[in-house]
Design a binder for this molecule. Sequence first.
Ligand SMILES: Nc1ncnc2c1ncn2[C@@H]1O[C@H](COP(=O)(O)OP(=O)(O)OP(=O)(O)O)[C@@H](O)[C@H]1O
Length: 239
Amino acid sequence: MISVKNLTKYYGDYPAVRDISFEVSKGQVVGFLGPNGAGKSTTMRILAGFSTATSGQATVDGKDVFWNPIEARRRIGYMPESCPLYTEMRVEEYLRFRGGLKGLNRSTTRKRIDFVLERCWLKDQRRQLIGTLSKGYRQRVGLADSLLADPPVLILDEPTAGLDPTQIRETRKLIRELGNQHTILLSTHILSEVEMACDSVIMINQGKVAMEGTLESIRHMGGNRSLEDIFVQITGVVD
Ligand SMILES: Nc1ncnc2c1ncn2[C@@H]1O[C@H](COP(=O)(O)OP(=O)(O)OP(=O)(O)O)[C@@H](O)[C@H]1O
């Protein structure tokens, strides 16, 4: 469903992503795991069509991200790390606006808004100004937006960052449920999140894929140690 081949991205002279390749199969929830600055957001932004690559290939549902960007983007719901929401709009108004941008007709937009407001626990906030929402609620609006057009692929960049423990738990549960209908690539540096929400893991470090596989196979490759121990060894982060 997502295929990345030899993807490289330089910012000036700095290689943020270095020749990475990976595949995400249909229906999988995959954790994109790595320390700060590993290149997760950069890769996700490229996949979502918000940034160019220096070289390499990427397809989403068979559509080339660089050569067929409109078709590729139609298949992706992207939630960036900090959602660029319009603070002067009300939640429902914003989602209606986004539905229009995504090419949904009015009746589909209406139905989908009701669905995503319910799914993302936003029914009581539908008429609230986005600027008056707390960070956690803004994250929910970002998630609702990514689900709006019912895309087959969700690319979620640290969806639980900044949430309180209850919201984190609810969001992980939601992601798990969404995994029944969507292929999901989810970035995080929270290891327990991967263990709770994901089928498999792609670990990246310094712009390169360091290890990938199911949680079981990663633990096996790492000598049956915990995911945390393996992560610390790979990333060289010391307690
Ligand atoms: N627009 C930019 N210009 C220059 N360097 C950038 C830019 N965006 C990211 N970088 C650099 O590229 C590297 C990878 O950044 P990226 O945001 O992809 O990492 P990340 O894995 O998402 O990190 P985090 O977990 O902290 O969000 C970092 O060293 C970062 O400083």
